[in-house]
Design a protein around this ligand. Structure first.
Ligand SMILES: Cc1ncc(COP(=O)(O)O)c(C=O)c1O
Length: 391
């Protein structure tokens, strides 16, 4: 694609995929690699040291999430935490029933676990969303049945940032005596979490911790049975040797993010507001999607008519901006995003901008400066001109 070479540096705007390591995590990780390498299940000094580090990390995570120390289990990813929550929740209540309720715009880790349950003979109800990507709590409540054994509703959506009505749905689930699992991978460390769920999953690399560390919370009195072969690690909840340095770094990053949240959240949210306002003003035929108010501070998604999402991401990458798309045609998927489809909004030319901690206002200025030309170059090269460009 021809066009001007980037004259200024771009920026990393894909925090919803992963955040760069938080400085607090880096320091904790380097330290724990030296001091926390031993097997925390053994009885000698180095092992007791590793066990102490792991339990201290667990208590720091528990404090930030507002749960008990013995309700927190470290996993090897957010995805593994989700799979264990869904499949373990279903397995524990198999005698009561086999009906599962999930939101239609859940992360693929939830939806894939639900599909596995269906292939296994279980039944799944998927609750739809409005144009903002939000489930209706009354509709969700109406999907609960006497044989429903688990309900899943994300804390907020990973593609469009819309916050879900978890508290209202939790109340309906409580009344129906159905445990609620919430996937908080995009929310933990960024916003205060709603209470009253039975299980929660989160992912450390989303809040500036290392990749390969997830968190599974199972509240006391929640029935859960491992869907995997028996293993003694992590209170018999998560199989395999614990990643002690990873857990220590994850806890350090979560604590640091939580401490920064009151200042950083509104700052990022104001930058997102600016993008939401400016993109439709600067670029013709654009739809900004997701809830403009009840949303995460760092995510904004918009779709550009007459542009291929993948071509736009490539062009923005050439200009130095790392963004992603729910509906880009990656090597192994040609389907548009299930989230945007469920919302019945434009799926074409979709761009998700997700701002990392510390992003600066001039970074957003530069993005807004290059975006209109990038879009119109692609439209021109595809032989498209819009009414506003012709005027
Ligand atoms: C909402 C949501 N849930 C779960 C996950 C999976 O987390 P991980 O990347 O740690 O496997 C992600 C990651 O994109 C996510 O956004």
């Amino acid at each position: 694609m021809s066009g001007p070479r980037p004259s200024a540096p771009g920026a990393y705007f894909d925090a919803a995929s992963t955040e760069p390591l938080h400085p607090a995590a880096r320091a904790a990780l380097l330290d724990a690699l030296e001091t926390g390498w031993a097997d925390p299940a053994r009885l000698y000094g180095a092992a007791r040291g590793a066990r102490m580090l792991l339990d201290r990390a667990r208590s720091r995570v528990a404090a930030v999430l507002g749960v008990r120390l013995d309700e927190v289990f470290f996993t090897s990813s957010g995805t593994q935490a989700v799979h264990l929550a869904v499949l373990g929740g279903l397995r524990a209540r198999r005698r009561t029933g086999r009906h599962l309720v999930v939101g239609q715009v859940e992360h693929s880790s939830v939806l894939h676990a639900a599909e596995l349950h269906e292939r296994d003979g279980g039944e799944v109800t998927r609750v739809g969303v409005d144009r903002y990507g939000r489930v209706d709590p009354a509709e969700f409540a109406a999907a609960l049945r006497p044989d429903t054994v688990l309900a899943c509703l994300q804390t907020a959506n990973h593609e469009v940032g819309t916050v879900q009505p978890v508290q209202e749905v939790a109340e309906a689930c409580r009344a129906a005596r159905v445990p609620l699992f919430t996937d908080a991978a995009q929310s933990a460390g960024r916003v205060d979490l709603p209470g009253d769920w039975s299980m929660l999953a989160a992912s450390a690399h989303k809040w500036g911790g290392p990749a390969g560390v997830g968190v599974l919370v199972i509240r006391k009195n929640t029935r859960w049975r491992s869907p995997l072969p028996d293993d003694e690690r992590e209170g018999r909840r998560v199989p395999g040797f614990e990643n002690v340095p990873g857990a220590v770094a994850a806890a350090a990053a979560l604590e640091a993010r939580h401490a920064e949240m009151a200042a950083e959240g509104p700052r990022l949210s104001a930058l997102v507001d600016r993008i939401r306002r400016e993109v439709p003003r600067l670029v013709p035929d654009v739809e900004v999607v997701g809830d403009p108010v009840r949303r995460l501070p760092h995510i904004v998604t918009f779709s550009c008519l007459y542009v291929e999402g993948e071509a736009l991401l490539t062009e923005l990458d050439r200009l130095g901006f790392a963004v992603s798309s729910g509906s880009s045609c990656t090597a192994d998927t040609l389907r548009p995003s299930h989230v945007l489809e469920a919302m019945r909004v434009i799926t074409h030319g979709n761009v998700r901008v997700s701002l990392p901690r510390g992003v600066k206002s001039p970074d957003v200025d530069r993005f807004l400066a290059v975006l209109p030309d990038a879009v119109s170059r692609l439209r021109r090269s595809a032989g498209m001109t819009t009414a506003r460009q012709e005027a």
